[in-house]
Structure formats: C-alpha cells, structure tokens
Design a protein. Structure first.
Length: 133
C-alpha cells in the first residue's frame, strides 16, 4: 500500500518527466482545478488524459523543467499539500516561480487536484527575456 508520502514523491516525479507515474497514482476520472494561462475563470479539467496533456504541454514549453518541494508534504485526512518551486527555460528566459498543489487521494490514487501558481511572475520573466519589438 502506497503511503501519502510515496504518492507525493511520485507526483513530483510526474511533473519532472516520469510519465509512468500518471497511470500509477492518478485516477482515470481525476478533476483538476486550475486557471490556465489566458483563462479568466477556473475551468476544471476532467480526466487523467487531460491532466497528462497539460503536463506534457508545460514540459514542452519549458525544457529542463524541474520541480522541487519547498514545504511538505503536509497531510490532513485524505489531502496532501505541497509548496513547490519550478525552474526551467522558455526560449532565452530562465524562469523560476512557486506554487501550491493540494491533492485529494482515494484508494491510493489522486482523484482531485487544485493548483495555485505564480504565473504572473513566470510571464514577467519570459517577457523580460524577450527582445523588444
């Protein structure tokens, strides 16, 4: 039986490029709560494939993407919370920003995921590295 610490470790592995972790720890019908770049409201994503596609897009947009945990995992009942930092590259821009994930677990799988991240800092770093037009 996987512990919540094991699930948190595999979650970090997933975001760092270990795609085998997706099927291992994420429920097929996972609900992801996120405000994606360009959205003005939270539009939940439904399903493991949608989450996997989003993670793949992030990794493609920022090569050498590396997540590390700054705080946690904090465990309360069926919830796991993590504060993370990501560092990577987007074109000529080096980006580094933080966020918080909350994961609800049932039956050793993540069934719901909430993310809050400092995308405004990420966007500012990318714009600062862009040549003026």
């Amino acid at each position: 039986m996987a512990s919540f610490h094991d699930i948190a470790t595999r979650w970090l592995d997933l975001w760092n490029g270990d795609t085998t972790a997706l099927d291992a720890i994420v429920a097929e019908s996972v609900i992801t709560h996120a405000v994606l770049i360009g959205q003005v409201t939270e539009e939940p994503m439904i399903g493991r494939d949608a989450l996997g596609s989003w993670i793949a897009q992030m990794q493609a947009a920022m090569p050498a993407l590396r997540f590390s945990v700054e705080v946690g995992p904090l465990i309360d009942g069926d919830l796991i919370a993590l504060r993370w930092r990501v560092q990577g590259e987007h074109g000529a821009a080096r980006v580094s920003f933080t966020g918080t994930d909350m994961l609800r677990v049932a039956g050793e799988r993540i069934v719901e995921y909430w993310v809050n991240s400092d995308t405004s800092l990420m966007m500012a770093q990318m714009q600062a590295a862009s040549p003026p037009s």
